[in-house]
Design a protein around this ligand. Structure first.
Ligand SMILES: Cc1cc2nc3c(=O)[nH]c(=O)nc-3n(C[C@H](O)[C@H](O)[C@H](O)COP(=O)(O)O)c2cc1C
Length: 249
């Protein structure tokens, strides 16, 4: 069984490809939480997630803290854009036990308040290289290899304060809706944290505590009307090809 969270499709693609290659079922963490599932038993269990601020998205951390896993081979895989920081170590801590193996796959970086995703050739190249990394992970999983195969990590004395910045970065006061919003409500419908609501004026708004700052709303908005401060409007939108909203849940 491969459990995954994915806001913009990178981790979903990796999880799907790995699940097919190692003949495992696929379940999104969003669906597991919706169904109240928190106990998992299988021969192989993999957990696939994006990296946020060198650690876990808040929803994945809480899922791992509140779930139990029984498997002969339990592995963790983080997708990331630049630095995995301490993501696998934070995951092991949330779980309360070590993984048999931890992996990473470098993908386009969806944190567009820092990075630009407008260069399509660069995106194409990154995705092409990611396929080799996915193949390597699959062969490790097929061999039931054990160990830490995570790239671009940071020592924990750097990863801890880095991840500490997540709390401030995920404040919804950073997010705003521009005048091009046509009130279609897709952002509200597909928010993985149910952190958004349609206001009486027909425009979306966020509920502070729940937002995990996955930026699915920003990347999937058909009008590109959702922005993070003044940092994202020139950096483009990104969703893994063929993994648009509605298919992510
Ligand atoms: C709020 C936020 C923080 C992120 N922080 C990091 C990070 O610390 N290191 C990194 O390499 N990538 C970071 N990323 C990029 C994602 O981990 C990466 O693009 C991932 O593949 C997205 O997966 P998804 O498409 O399945 O949601 C961040 C993305 C977001 C939205």
């Amino acid at each position: 069984m491969i459990l995954y969270f994915s806001a913009t499709g990178n981790s979903k693609h990796v999880a799907k490809t790995a699940a097919a290659a190692v003949s495992q079922s696929l379940l999104s963490i969003e669906d597991a939480v919706r169904n109240g599932q928190n106990s998992f038993e299988d021969e192989v269990i993999g957990i696939v997630t994006p990296t946020y601020y060198g650690g876990l998205p808040a929803n994945v951390e809480s899922f791992l803290k509140n779930s139990s896993f029984k498997a002969d081979y339990l592995f963790f895989l983080a997708t990331y854009g630049m630095k995995t920081g301490g993501v696998d170590r934070f995951a092991a801590k949330a779980l309360g036990r070590e993984f048999d193996a931890a992996y990473s796959v470098k993908m386009p970086d969806t944190c567009t308040y820092y990075f630009d995703v407008t260069d399509q050739e660069k995106i194409r190249q990154t995705l092409k290289e990611s396929e080799n990394q996915i193949r390597t992970v699959i062969s490790h999983v097929q061999n039931r290899d054990k160990g830490r195969f995570v790239q671009d990590s940071l020592p924990m004395w750097i990863a801890k304060p880095f991840h500490g910045m997540y709390e401030k970065g995920r404040r919804t006061s950073h997010l705003h809706v521009g005048s091009s919003c046509n009130g279609c409500g897709m952002c509200v419908k597909f928010c993985p944290a149910q952190a958004m609501e349609m206001e009486s004026g027909g425009r979306p708004d966020w509920t502070h505590d729940q937002c995990i700052m996955c930026l699915r709303c920003l990347h999937e908005c058909p009008q590109f009307a959702i922005q993070y401060d003044d940092k994202t409007s020139r950096h483009g939108q990104y969703v893994y090809p063929e993994e648009s909203s509605g298919q992510n849940g």
